[in-house]
Design a protein around this ligand. Sequence first.
Ligand code: WTA
Length: 656
Amino acid sequence: MTEPTASEGLSNLLHEQRRFEPPAELAAAANYGASAYAQASADRLGFWETQARRLDWQTEWSQALDWSNAPFARWFVGGRLNASVNCVDRHVAAGRGDKVAIHFEGEPGDTRTITYAELGELVAQAANALTSLGIAAGDRVAIYLPMSVEAVVSMLACARLGAIHSVIFGGFSAQAIFDRVVDADASLVITADGGYRRGKVFALKPIVDEALAKGETGVRTVLVVKRGGNDVDWTEGRDQWWSDTVGTAATVHTPEFFDAENPLFILYTSGTTGKPKGILHTTGGYLTQVAYTHNAAFDLKPDTDVYWCTADIGWVTGHSYIVYGPLANGATQVIYEGTPDTPHQGRFWEIAAKYGVTLLYTAPTTIRTFMKWGEDIPAKFDLSSLRLLGSVGEPINPEAWMWYRRVIGGDRCPIVDTWWQTETGAMMISPLPGVTATKPGSAMRALPGVSVDVVDDQGNPVPDGGGGLLVLTEPWPSMLRGIWGDNDRFIETYWSRFADHGYYFAGDGAKKDSDGDLWLLGRVDDVMNVSGHRISTTEVESALVSHPSVAEAAVVGATDPTTGQGIVAFVILRGNAADGGSAMVTELRNHVAKEIGAIAKPRQIMVVAELPKTRSGKIMRRLLRDVAEHRSIGDVTTLADSTVMDLISSGMAKTP
Ligand code: WTA
């Protein structure tokens, strides 16, 4: 049985006795009551069809689910719709054009207020401009933008045309952009000169230039939003300013309607190998589940709520819970460009107070950072508008959960800890805020319509009180439809482990408590979770060994009090580099940042003479994790050379 990486302290978790009932007022007016569970289990597909009717369909589907070619699902077969019409036009048509869609807050303090009517005009302009640049249904468009209105507009414009967007997080390197652009064969890149972060302009266009100079790509056009005002080089014939192209286009656009299974986007995420996977999502099922879950888990009241998700649009949380879910639901939301400590550590709370945020969705790592900064900082701001708090991205420890509830939520806001993945597209496990009595640290139950279990290695459900692997036992509308260009890897990664049962293997360890409620324990594979970002150990290892001075590298995720996990690398240097000292370590950290992005920079790099390997040559990461987490070393009997660990541990003791 694979050992869950975050199992330490688990017995403490399961002794967690605190319970928080839903606030009576919220429960009385909740969008979803307890009957939703019964309805969904009595008729799961019927339940999803009801959810699909939240959307406007040009043609209704003839079949809810076609699972005959499992694991390749087709949901709402034969239905036709347009995602951008659902996110924008229909709200305008219903007389809500003057409602604010986006309160944009730039890091330097500039703001923009965009109504649904204005958003509609911006999306129409972008769709017209993309069409004039030759983009049509099925084409791939890479988006490398800061948090901005243009990022939302670009995604919706692609969706409007049936083109497939591939958003690349603004912190990724030129190499990462190149790999993604080539893998998806994108023909257009939308970027900005730069954006603001930590009080400074960070360059984006120069990184795109560097990426596209790395080799052959299919990119014909680079569309550049002006934001940072930094100098940029210009490739005539390829580069175009957004203001010249989009800004001058017509503000009306007649949409086409697409099949429910028309691809909507590709989003790359780390797997257990060095090569990121292009997770493919399609239109009808995805939009159905993000709209439903955004309404259900946040108890969204579109007329009165002000919603704020602090994720970046470059991650799936931004796709599902900044762009598609909230906009499909006609919500008013805040989008913030920068970091929480610019220009001061109260910036988030200042923003929440300024816009009267009622629903806040953030990550445990952010909450732990705020805990570190101290509760006197949020105390300076009026947070009384908040009525519900969400958490996503990694397991939330009970201390952080309690702090979030008490300090940010004033002990009155329910917390929804939502478990899901890039692959699931939308939330799968979460409390229903009007129904569920929550427990600090537990994501509680599958949402109505979703079927999960915790199983042992053979696929048998574990009893209450037991731990094992999290699986999804039935298909769900927003499930990934595959890995771009790699069906075999799709089947192998998610569907082979429990092929006999037909279960989706999520890669997470989990535990059922004595009530059958779920506690997520972190990844069971070689994927690390650093500040809620998925990074594979192999990816960092291959970045390290691509440096000429590195002979071998092994990377582990070590528990970190703020970021969840921190990246710790063990490297063997080549002969003549071996005495490079701390300058070499710095160089290697920067090298990883250059190869992948700053998020993948190892917290610590240890130069070692040997790595612990089994007789068959497999690196025993478990032992390295023991070292990195300052534990006594586990069983070394399967090591080819059992003295290796003594050498490594004594070396570790000497490094700061
Ligand atoms: C982890 C982010 C515990 C988990 C939406 C999953 C969580 C991975 C939670 C997906 C949660 C996400 N509790 N763990 N509430 N939410 N995770 O693809 O390990 O960036 O497999 O999607 O994050 O990360 P991804």
